[in-house]
Ligand binder design. Sequence first.
Ligand code: GLA
Length: 637
Amino acid sequence: MKYWTRALAAAALLGASPLVAQSPSDPLEPAGRWTANMRGAAATPPMGWNSWNAFRTLINEERLMGTARALVDTGLASAGYRYVNIDDGWWLKRRQSDKRMLIRTNIFPSAAVKGSRHSSFRPITDRLHAMGLKAGIYSDIGYNSCSQAYDPQSPNLPEGTRAERQIGLRDNMERDIDLYFREWGFDYIKVDACGLHAFRPGTPPVEQRDFGVLGPFVDKASLNRTDIAGIRAMYAELGDVLARTNPDNDYIYSICLWGDANVREWGKNHGNAVRTSDDILPKWTRMLYTFDTAAHRPLYAQPGSWNDPDMLEIGNGEFDADHLTEARSHFSLWAMVNAPLLIGFDLSKLTPELLEILKNEDLIRAHQDPSGHQAIIAYGSQDVQTLVKSTSDPARKIVALFNRGNGTHEVTLLADHLKFANGAPIALRDLWSKARLAPFTGERKFTLKPRETLVFEAIGTRALANGVYVSEVPGMVNVAVDGVVRPEPDPMPHLGISPWNGTRDSARPVHGGRGGAQTDQTVYGEGIQIAGSGHRTGVGVLANSRLELNADGKYRRFTAEVGVDDNSRQLDMPVTFLVYGDGKLLTQSAPAKFGDKAQRLSADIGGAKIVELVVRQAEEPKLPASVAWADAALLTD
Ligand code: GLA
């Protein structure tokens, strides 16, 4: 199938959403507008609490309302933690006469409606709202939920006939969303995908416990056996239903598809938070695993839609009050990558030290910065990483130095990592100890204790005085088309042990959705190099791609050095680079082949709102060229 035909077939499945890119012919044609999701209340990443990590399915009204009171009393609510989210375990059954969902009122007594056969969460959401909080609920995109597959011993599983136990959104999307948002007053929904994954033919629930089988399937072990377009269409439809049901726009749509079904590429067009991995556990190495899945995709998150490496484990297991170094690192990392900050701890056990971590106002300020730039990895090895986060003030960056392992490491921070001038002083303030360090120029060495993360606010002189490098402002970039033809599993730096099978797992840990556009490196993770010349900054992407830059009328010129990267796997077919401003072609390169020197592009963008960067390959190759918009910058003069 031709590239366009394939893309159109996928687009046709998406229905009539006005916010999804729907070029009538060619997805590389400029859209002339921002096509990532802007619906819902997620201009900055959500903050709150979720019941799962603390209580699994053993959530109840007392625990929920106790948490709500604790959020208010400890000052966490005024620090920003507003959403109080119920996860799996709340449902009793789907009543067959009218398909209405019934609540397990033995654990949520206030949900029992006297003199009626209904149950309603309204009394509980009213109380949460009166406390200045917001309320979240949980469902599944298929017929059945994760606990029905993985927690068969839970006392809080849905009951009744097979049909009564079908508590997910499938076949009842409009009805359930109307009930949850209009009637019950929820403000947030997390939508899991176990219904498409854990109930395939041959699985224990289907074989042993009378559950039906339903596609399209998510096969975690194989993207080839995952119906990406079918699954995307279901989550896209739900995005539209949520927008219609919530005309005040005060809702959050969290897609919980664990990084599978290539959700990296499309989740940002529909949801406000997109899970990038399978579940976190209160273990250091598991935290590394989920963190890595989000940390390598800064260009796929922006105001309105955030990468979600799962909920916080601070307070639990290896992040408890006896492991404050680990707890601080976990919190620092989630703040740096703009992950939703959802506490997953039983707050009745809170200690002053844990509270201080969760309330670190400097880190929360960085996390909630309205520019929405996820940190990029300025240096990364298996041992240590240097993460740099831009803020709305171009001369103020947040930098985290992270020791992933159990040994001590020396880390050198360079002015270059910050994209600050080499000869000018850089002031650092430690966002954990609050100490101000003597300014340094060029570079400065730090010693990191095992598992320690140092986080600094860095104030310096920008290397690029009259604008921004595209790779330092990922919140302004939407990768509308990333050129990935056949998604491959991510080469996760940290391969996590499966929480379900432990080391008995004969399958290798894999993860959906390889590659895509990268900051300051190629799509394959190498330094950018064109015809022998290295470039420290730029965006690496595949050919047949389109990036949207939210320039918002603030810049006058776009410049870049463009070409095929020396590490490209495709060496034969020339590519052309095109720059558009608000839908109009401004400049384009000559055809560029592997081995050609970089071409300098300079376009007068004259205050365009949306700048688009398109790379076309002459023919449609099976493996598109790896190309670079090296040194790409938006300039003010
Ligand atoms: C899945 C999700 C978890 C949690 C459980 C509930 O595993 O990834 O975050 O919601 O289901 O059963």
